[in-house]
Write a protein that binds this ligand. Structure first.
Ligand code: DP6
Length: 332
């Protein structure tokens, strides 16, 4: 009754910000992301009849604050397996947790893959993805590799969101350079923040209404390997999301001075020096620069020079969540 899985975070280029249904955790907007390679979460789940409640350790520390969401996600899997057995969950991230680096995406994707194997449930990726989505909307995308589309629609029987792989990463091997400008956990979680935006931002309805148009442009740009078009729509979509965040009450300000300086550097590199790069930023102060491979080194050097940048992380595009074999099962 044990399984271990690895999942990589994904970074949305067209963002999910807002929910259509909080109980089912259904996104109000579709999204398009890239799954990373060198950042990962490894999670071991062991069901044990002697446990009275689920136990969670994150990076070798008890993690009571995250337990309720993890248990709720495991409850869906327990219901499918027809068991009530509690589990011991050990999860390890090789990158900062809850700092706008999508640790909840890789975390819930790894959790459902490990738990479903431990319960011997044979579930396909789409079902695993919808179970991961209940834990965290962005996690639905980490079940898939490369370029991933999560569309949202009303299906016949109710509300649903459908994930699919748009293009394997190797077909258009862009790179991600991440400027870490703070290692602290974010002050307002994505979950709380998007609800504040839905209730209070005067721009929220427009944001939702315009999302499908951005998604269509981005999807076409990915399929055509059109970097300039993807750059334009991704930066636009990211800035629109941050405009919604900043126009919420209380205002959600996820950027710091280094975040803003990195954005200017990236725009200068592109517009002045012809470097093929663009930025995207999530609910945190880290700046993710998407680059054509040949330009990644130059972008990494430029961002490392920005005052306030603590570290540069780099990643190619990677695969979806997977079970780890016995030989790979070192959690740390
Ligand atoms: C800004 O998936 O973390 O990163 O579903 O409430 O867990 P919950 O939210 P989460 O939100 C991600 C928001 C984002 C944009 C994105 O990844 O699409």
């Amino acid at each position: 009754m044990a399984g271990t899985a690895q999942a990589q975070p994904n970074i949305a280029l067209i963002k999910y910000w807002g929910k259509r249904d909080t109980a089912l955790n259904l996104p109000a907007t579709g999204s398009l992301s890239v799954t990373l390679d060198s950042l990962w979460t490894r999670t071991r789940v062991e069901f044990d009849a002697l446990l009275k409640c689920d136990e969670l350790r994150l990076n070798d520390m008890p993690a009571p604050a995250a337990l309720a969401r993890v248990s709720a996600c495991l409850d869906s899997l327990r219901a499918l397996a027809g068991v009530e057995t509690r589990a011991r969950i050990e999860s390890y991230n090789n990158f900062p947790t809850a700092a706008g680096l999508a640790s909840s995406a890789s975390g819930f994707a790894a959790l459902v893959v490990a738990a479903s194997a431990a319960l011997d449930l044979r579930l396909n990726r789409r079902i695993l993805s919808s179970l991961a989505r209940r834990g965290s909307g962005s996690a639905a995308r980490s079940l898939f590799g490369g370029y991933v589309l999560l569309t949202t629609h009303r299906s016949g029987s109710g509300l649903d969101a459908t994930p699919r792989s748009l293009l394997p990463g190797k077909d258009w091997p862009l790179e991600m350079v991440i400027a870490v400008t703070s290692r602290s956990a974010k002050p307002v979680s994505s979950r709380a923040g998007m609800e504040i935006s839905r209730r209070t931002s005067p721009f929220y309805n427009e944001w939702v209404a315009n999302s499908d148009a951005d998604l269509a442009i981005a999807q076409a740009a990915v399929l055509a390997h059109d970097f300039a078009a993807l750059a334009a729509v991704s930066e636009h979509n990211c800035l629109k999301m941050h405009a919604v965040m900043m126009s919420s009450r209380p205002a959600l300000m996820y950027w710091n001075a280094a975040t803003l300086e990195c954005m200017h550097r990236i725009r200068d590199l592109r517009e002045r020096d012809g470097v093929r790069t663009f930025f995207t930023i999530d609910a945190g102060p880290q700046v993710k620069a998407v680059c054509v491979s040949e330009d990644a080194e130059r972008v990494a050097k430029a961002l490392a020079d920005v005052p306030g940048v603590a570290t540069i992380l780099r990643s190619r595009l990677g695969e979806g969540a997977r079970l780890l074999r016995e030989s790979e099962r070192e959690v740390a």
